[in-house]
Ligand binder design. Structure first.
Ligand code: OGA
Ligand code: ZN
Ligand code: ZN
Length: 535
């Protein structure tokens, strides 16, 4: 999509400038009513420094700069919660591929964390094994990716046979497929069940993908589907201390009609009070959905062993257990949590991916010799960062130093070609690559670090004297010293001072005697600088 293809008012509403969004947090600083009623694009141009496209607005003369590649494609993706973003399943689909990991691996490896949380998001569940069989441990599991939702059952609940059960769960009875706590609004969107003991006869577990079942109902019996999406059902729970009620449909769809939430619990459905015709239609539809949920092949059967902890989406999957012998030992601890926390943890984990890509660049192509110098490319950049840090540079400028030459291994023209006489424009290709992940305080000094050399040669005769032989060679390929007019234009760039500072560390970082920490040392600093994708 091009900037000119989108409605002007939409573009203006997304202006990233510091008058429109607080640069510290990306939050909008204006109301929709503060914008001109009919904003229009007066002019656009590519900025000469390559940082993006400038839009000047009528009637108020406001100026926006949109980064390259923006607005990108409209992927049509939903919010992650509807059927549009799920992989629905039957038991056979998951044969041999139940998403699982050991708890120690989950804690140790962020790729495992990403895989498990992605499974909960896409398939609706994951199974952690080797979770210590310690009472209360389920809270630590929930806390590893989100926030525990405390309820009238406490922070956690024990699922075992009780003397005077306030819920059928606390007996040895069979429990048919259901979602938990439908009588709560908002409903807990995630549930955890941690098995501490399961030696009783019976007590096997089952899961049914409610989105798959609802989609089948929509195909096979569209009328029933429709009735279930628009009939509010009163769900209730009451005991001596508690009285809860929520009136929600069994199948909830989003504003676009996509399946988004299932509530289904035969134990806590209350008395519907509706006109007779609606009651008849509801019961027919309720029964049809109930039958579908029991259809052979939909339910995934398995057994929880001590140390297993099941994490599942309580707005999508129905869970069940077979009856068990009340004289045997069966003890689960459960807790509720929410999908928003899990999705946030997953998004932050995914945000780290570019750092893995950069680490791979340092470990791979970065080990090549740096253009005619006595250090490798990676050593050169690591030294630049170390010198910047030693001089007290701010984090963004240290990062710029660390990454300033990535364009040598990323652009269309390699460093060797630069040495052979073709300018590979590595400062621009590097800055463009980095702009996917970092803001201008990182990318612009990188973009200007070649210009800074041409500038320093123009204004400081001593500077030219101390350049290495390779650097003099590339200077000529890159355009030689700046003219007076070019130097004036350079000085006017707000990032010129940082670029000059970077350039001086860059030149010193060709000395093989400088010692510097490796890439991983900088991961926390880089993490703090990653874009948070508000536009
Ligand atoms: C519950 C429940 C499942 C089990 O407590 O709501 O569904 O395996 N328990 O006991
Ligand atoms: Zn349950
Ligand atoms: Zn360099």
């Amino acid at each position: 999509m091009e900037l000119t293809d989108v409605p002007a008012v939409w573009l203006r509403d997304n202006c990233p400038c510091s008058l429109c969004r607080d640069p510290r947090n990306g939050q909008k600083l204006f109301q929709i009513t503060d914008l001109p009623a009919r904003p229009a694009v007066a002019s656009t141009r590519e900025l000469p420094d390559g940082s993006g496209t400038e839009v000047v607005w009528a009637p108020d003369g406001h100026r926006s700069v949109f980064p390259h590649g923006w607005p990108g494609q409209d992927t049509g993706a939903g919010d992650g919660r509807t059927e549009a973003d799920k992989e629905t399943w039957t038991a056979a689909d998951l044969d041999g591929r139940i998403p699982e990991a050991s708890w120690p691996a989950y804690l140790a490896d962020h790729a495992v964390r990403e895989r498990i949380l992605t499974a909960v998001a896409r398939l609706g569940f994951a199974l952690l094994r080797e979770v210590p069989c310690r009472p209360g441990q389920v809270l630590d599991v929930a806390g590893a990716f989100g926030f525990v939702r405390e309820t009238n059952y406490g922070e956690l609940f024990d699922v075992r046979v009780e003397e005077d059960p306030n819920n059928l769960a606390f007996t040895g009875s069979r429990i048919t497929p259901h979602t938990d706590n439908p009588y709560r609004d908002p409903v807990p969107t995630l549930q955890l069940l941690h098995c501490l003991a399961n030696s009783a006869e019976g007590g096997d577990s089952g899961l049914v993908d409610g989105f798959r079942a609802a989609a089948l109902l929509r195909t096979e019996n569209p009328e029933a589907f429709e009735v279930l999406t628009r009939t509010p059902v009163p769900f209730r729970f009451a005991d001596a201390r508690t009285s809860l009620r929520a009136d929600r449909p069994l199948i909830d769809v989003d504003a676009r009609g996509r399946i988004r939430e299932i509530r289904f619990n035969n134990r806590s459905i209350g008395t519907l009070r509706l006109p007779a015709g609606e009651l008849t239609a509801f019961y027919a539809a309720y029964r049809a959905f109930g039958e579908l949920l029991q259809r052979p092949g939909l339910q995934l059967d398995f057994r929880l062993d001590p140390g297993d902890c099941l994490i599942f989406d309580n707005t999508r999957l129905l869970h069940a257990r077979t009856a068990f012998a009340e004289n045997g030992a069966r003890h689960l601890q459960g807790a509720y949590a929410d999908l928003d926390g899990l999705f946030s943890t997953l998004a932050v984990l995914r945000r780290q991916r570019p750092l893995d890509d950069l680490a791979a660049l340092f470990a791979g192509p970065g080990t090549e010799q740096y253009l005619g110098e006595e250090v490798t490319q990676a050593q050169h950049m690591l030294r630049t960062a170390a010198l910047a840090e030693a001089d007290g540079a701010p984090a963004a400028l240290i990062a710029a130093g660390l990454l300033h030459d990535v364009g040598h291994f990323h652009g269309p023209v390699s460093g060797e070609e630069l040495m052979a006489g073709t300018d590979n424009r590595h400062s621009h290709t590097g800055a463009d690559l980095l702009s996917r992940w970092f803001g201008p305080a990182v990318t612009e000094p990188v973009r200007l670090h070649v210009a800074a050399k041409r500038y320093l040669c123009a204004v400081e005769p001593e500077y030219f004297q101390q350049l290495s032989a390779a650097s003099v060679h590339t200077l000529n390929v890159q355009g030689g010293p700046m003219s007076r007019a070019e130097a004036d234009a350079f000085e006017a760039n707000p990032h010129a001072r940082d670029a000059v500072a970077l350039r001086r560390w860059d030149d010193r970082a060709k000395d093989p005697a400088t010692v510097a920490p490796g890439f991983e040392h900088w991961r926390p600093l880089l993490t703090g600088l990653l874009r948070t994708e508000v536009i």
